[in-house]
Write a protein that binds this ligand. Structure first.
Ligand code: UD1
Ligand code: MG
Length: 455
């Protein structure tokens, strides 16, 4: 089957009114990725070599988004929403290029996996003209019913067009199907709109193909995989299913999740074996973690690379461009952005490191801040190998601390510090013997005088 060419036509022109959103429904994200992008990924994993996105509502926004998540996809605008059959024909130009298999999919069914699509394509390879993906929802109301006879699908009946008898059928249309490319256009062109909704139903091709003596079958996907998203409650349901699957996959691959239900992955999180993730950790997009790291509780991590045996958190925030090398440590209430923390370096407490390099084995004291922004531009701070930055120091970028440089606590460093130098950037301490006692007595008698005057 692998040598059969395949075009995936993804329907995403609908408005999605029930999302109550200014953004097109299918751009709402699951695991940080638009749901329609999950659909594209599934199609590609099932062997689709071409992707045709049928868009309508919010077409400009859809095009811009598609350019990012599926740069190779072609977009086709369906000007009027006249039904799913009509929508597929918006991609006529792509279909007529001649593919062996056409996979029709919905942009709002993000959990469909390659497995269900491959099963449908296999039926085409075995000679079927149409293979419809069915499922058994807890309640069939609202779905098209699959009417079967002798292992063959004879019709899909939309709820509104069902007889009382047909309404009892529990096997429903998930919406997606594989259609043999050589028959696709001729079947679709025969679809009319004489039904309860006066729409051109894609599902009508089942009866049309049957009447033409072609073989039509149904395959079955799980309810979870076929879940269609119409509102934000269903979006959250799909997110929960996605997260549960990903957590399990991570654990089976050797990652310890102490409280898996509190750890949130992104669609692209990479995490190595023997890494331990404590409770309540959030991974945004673009995170790569090697093996043997420990991510302590309540850390928020996105766009970061974490090498093996690093130690992060609790309550650490790693932002895009944070690059932690082997055995680096970023401790509690630290924020790191666009900065490399080299091997064995420590940024342990209450610190902001942005646009910087912290050299190997350097130690950054509590409360250190890289002052990287003057309100207009960002500047770089370079901290050498083995440097020691005393607590509560401000490093005003651009600035360089040389190898083994030593910064006194509470310094404001505005000039670069050579290798192995000690730098103070604060007023020297002055100690006056007995002055404390004198002040205390003066303040006490002043307070007593004020109290007496008020009586
Ligand atoms: C469709 C199926 C139904 C199935 C159900 C599963 C048909 C006729 N019916 O019904 O059998 O049980 O899905 O959820 O196919 N769309 C367009 N342009 C249009 C119409 C729809 O792009 O003109 C897109 C929508 O954005 C959506 C998808 O096609 O992504 C499905 O359309 P929808 O109106 O939700 O179809 P259902 O009535 O749910
Ligand atoms: Mg629907």
């Amino acid at each position: 089957m692998s040598q059969r060419s395949c075009l995936s036509v993804i329907l995403a022109a609908g408005e999605g009114t029930r999302m109550k959103s200014a953004m097109p429904k299918v751009l709402h994200a699951i695991a940080g990725l638009p749901m329609v992008a999950h659909v594209v990924k599934a199609a590609e994993a099932a062997g689709a070599t071409g992707v045709a996105l049928v868009i309508g509502h919010g077409a400009e926004e859809m095009r811009r988004a598609a350019h990012k998540f599926a740069p190779k996809a072609e977009t086709f605008v369906q000007e009027q929403r006249l039904g799913t059959g009509h929508a597929v024909l918006a991609a006529r130009e792509a279909i007529s290029r001649g593919y062996d298999d056409i996979l029709v999919m919905f942009g709002d069914t993000p959990l469909i996996g390659a497995g269900a699509l491959t099963a449908a394509r296999r039926k085409l390879a075995e000679g079927a003209a149409v293979a419809v993906i069915g499922f058994r929802p807890p309640s069939p109301a609202g779905y098209g019913r699959l009417v079967e006879r002798d292992d063959h699908l004879v019709a899909i009946r939309e709820e509104k067009d069902c007889s009382e008898e047909e309404k009892k059928i529990g096997f429903c249309n998930a919406g997606m199907m594989a259609v043999a490319g050589k028959h696709a256009l001729q079947l679709l062109d025969k679809v009319g709109n004489r039904n309860a909704k006066s729409e051109f139903y894609l599902t009508d091709i089942v009866e049309i193909a049957g009447a033409g003596g072609l073989d039509v079958v149904a395959t079955e996907a799980s309810f979870e995989n076929a879940l269609g998203i119409n509102n934000r409650a269903e979006l959250a349901e799909a997110e929960a299913i996605w997260q549960a699957r990903r957590r399990r996959e991570a654990m089976l691959a050797g990652v310890t999740l102490i409280a898996p239900e509190t750890v949130y992955f992104s669609h692209d999180t990479e995490i190595g074996a023997d890494t331990v993730v404590e409770p309540n950790v959030w991974f945004g997009p673009g995170v790569k973690i090697a093996s043997g790291a420990r991510i302590h509780a309540f850390s928020h991590i996105e766009g970061a690379t974490i090498a093996s045996n690093c130690d992060v958190g609790p309550f650490a925030r790693l932002r895009p461009g944070a690059d932690l090398r082997t055995k680096a440590k970023v401790g509690n209430f630290c924020e790191v952005k666009q900065a490399t923390i080299e091997e064995g370096a420590k940024v342990n407490h209450l610190t902001y490191i942005g646009d910087a390099r912290v050299g190997a084995a350097a130690n950054i004291g509590a409360g250190t801040i890289t002052c990287n922004y003057d309100g207009y531009s960002k500047f770089f701070t370079d901290i050498g190998e083995g440097a020691f930055v005393g607590s509560n120091s401000s490093l005003v970028a651009p600035v360089t601390i040389g190898k083994g440089g030593y910064i006194a606590s509470g310094s404001v460093i505005t000039e670069s510090v050579p290798d192995d130098a000690l730098a103070f950037g604060r007023a020297r301490q002055k100690t006056i013997p007995g002055k404390g006692k004198e002040l205390r007595e003066r303040f006490a008698s002043a307070a007593a005088a004020r109290k007496k005057a008020a009586e």
